[in-house]
Design a protein around this ligand. Structure first.
Ligand code: GAR
Length: 204
């Protein structure tokens, strides 16, 4: 049984997709806690209603990024996680934090990396006029939005798309690929070889 801790900052729809998949598909995993850096993250209400322990480490309370990361790490580690999942967690994490969770920290980013790291990815996609956009699940490294890619999903960018419409199309794919990638991890099928992710076949 693997322990998963999920970090959110807001609505937590990816967290919800992971919780629901874990339950419906009976993963060999326990969602040990949902942790937010904002007390008003609406995803906390879903987590509490689902009977999952929640915690808040308020980033605004820590002027120094390293102090916040240390407090967050202490809170996360109190749940002895095998995997930490960033699900719309909108904070840049320091290198020591990321290195502490080396090989067990996943993120979802709303673009086809390495295109459009950072913020406002849908706006960037529309501004560049790309015809294909999407989402990526990747292992987190100290290099922002550049870790080994685990899964991607592509969507078309249509002529009349607004940022909102495009975001919704991408989000629907996020809800498919993120639970799938987390499941691969808890099944012990993901490894990193020469900086690239290797997915082992499913055990028979
Ligand atoms: C998702 O689209 C996720 O990919 C994105 O924030 C949204 C969170 O939605 N993450 C990032 O931009 C990380 N840089 P959710 O709270 O409903 O899962």
């Amino acid at each position: 049984m693997k322990n998963i801790v999920i970090l959110i900052s807001g609505r937590g729809s990816n967290m919800q997709a992971i919780v629901e998949a874990a339950r419906a598909e009976k993963w060999p995993a326990r969602i040990a806690a949902i942790i937010s850096n904002r007390a008003d993250a609406s995803g906390l209400e879903y987590a509490a209603a689902a009977g999952i322990p929640t915690a808040v480490v308020v980033s605004k309370d820590y002027p120094e990024r390293s102090d916040f990361d240390a407090a967050l790490r202490a809170k996360i580690d109190s749940y002895t996680p095998d995997l930490v999942v960033l699900a719309g967690f909108m904070r840049i994490l320091t290198a020591p934090f990321v290195e502490h969770y080396d090989g067990r920290l996943l993120n979802i980013h709303p673009s086809l990396l390495p295109s459009f790291p950072g913020l406002a990815t849908h706006q960037q996609a529309l501004s560049f006029g790309v015809k294909v956009h999407g989402a990526s699940v990747h292992f987190v490294t100290a290099d922002l939005d550049h870790g080994p890619i685990v899964a991607q999903a592509a969507v078309p960018v249509l002529q009349d798309d607004t940022e909102h419409v495009l975001a919704e199309r991408v989000l629907a794919q996020e809800h498919i690929i993120y639970p799938r990638a987390v499941r691969w991890f808890v099944e012990g099928r993901l490894s990193i070889e020469n900086g690239r992710v290797h997915l082992a076949d499913q055990a028979q």
